[in-house]
Write a protein that binds this ligand. Structure first.
Ligand SMILES: Nc1ccn([C@@H]2O[C@H](COP(=O)(O)OP(=O)(O)OP(=O)(O)O)[C@@H](O)[C@H]2O)c(=O)n1
Ligand SMILES: C[C@](O)(CO)[C@H](O)COP(=O)(O)O
Length: 231
């Protein structure tokens, strides 16, 4: 059988924009923490060989409890994250490096609705090209606006995509990109950005609009509705 992938699932953020007392990755959807839904998606995929779950040091005991409770035996690494998403990803990458896999997928712990078929397509694109991300074409007209609230540009919508996760890479490429960013003190809002900076082409795979990142309170209402619809 062809070698599969390892996945880094980052869930060490505070969820400031969600504004809940409990961090958003631990809020319950259908009586299960969001993060458990996300991990289960990858646990169920035969191509997924190992999972590095990145959490905060203080949340590690309860995450370890869920690993046991829900039988998430592909979680071979529970890793402490860092102050920025990028630092959390890097901690997960280091754990995966020790597992000897060639390909890594990086996924936000708060994107519980990702479709396994799309994950497979993204992985296949990374095997072919070295780097790929799920994304959707933007539906709105996007404007660039200056500090005075005045529009300065209207980019051609046909070239604009909203980037999601998973983001899939040859592990060595992704590690080098993170190490270079660290040296140059660059913080990116996604991992592809760091790989792009190295001049490596990152291929876009069209995903689903339903692969949302739970970010603000209105996302929770939609998530509860979507889950109940797909029960
Ligand atoms: N230091 C951080 C920051 C973010 N994340 C994770 O990265 C994913 C996407 O980040 P985002 O939605 O921005 O999460 P938060 O940083 O938690 O949210 P906010 O920016 O609203 O505080 C989340 O699963 C989050 O837990 C992480 O592992 N470590
Ligand atoms: C990686 C990402 O999911 C791409 O949309 C996103 O950048 C994560 O965090 P953000 O803080 O919402 O930018």
């Amino acid at each position: 059988m062809e070698q599969g992938f390892g996945v880094v699932i980052v869930a060490a953020g505070r969820g400031t924009r969600m504004g809940t007392e409990e961090s958003k990755q631990y809020l319950r959807l259908m009586d299960k923490p969001v993060i458990v839904h996300t991990v289960e998606r990858f646990q169920a995929m035969p191509e997924c060989e190992t999972i590095a779950w990145v959490t905060s040091a203080q949340d590690m005991p309860r995450c370890a409890g869920w690993v046991r409770e829900y039988g998430l035996d592909k979680v071979r690494d529970l890793v402490a994250g860092g102050g920025e998403r990028q630092h959390s990803v890097y901690a997960g990458l280091q754990a995966l490096k020790a597992r000897g896999l060639d390909y890594v997928l990086i996924h936000d712990g708060v994107r519980p609705f990702v479709d396994p078929g799309k994950v497979r397509t993204c992985f296949a694109a990374a095997r072919k090209h070295g780097a790929s991300v799920l994304a959707v074409p933007v539906k709105d007209t996007i404007k660039q606006v200056n500090g005075d609230g005045v529009i300065t540009a209207t980019p051609d919508r046909r070239s604009l995509w909203a980037i999601q996760t998973p983001q899939a890479f040859r592990l060595s490429v992704c590690m080098s990109a993170h190490e270079q960013a660290e040296r140059e003190e660059i913080i990116g809002t996604d991992d592809a950005m760091l790989v792009e900076r190295m001049g490596v082409p990152v291929h876009v795979v069209e995903g689903d609009y339903t692969n949302i990142k739970l970010t603000t309170p209105d996302d929770l209402d939609w998530a509860a509705w979507w889950m109940s619809r797909n029960q």
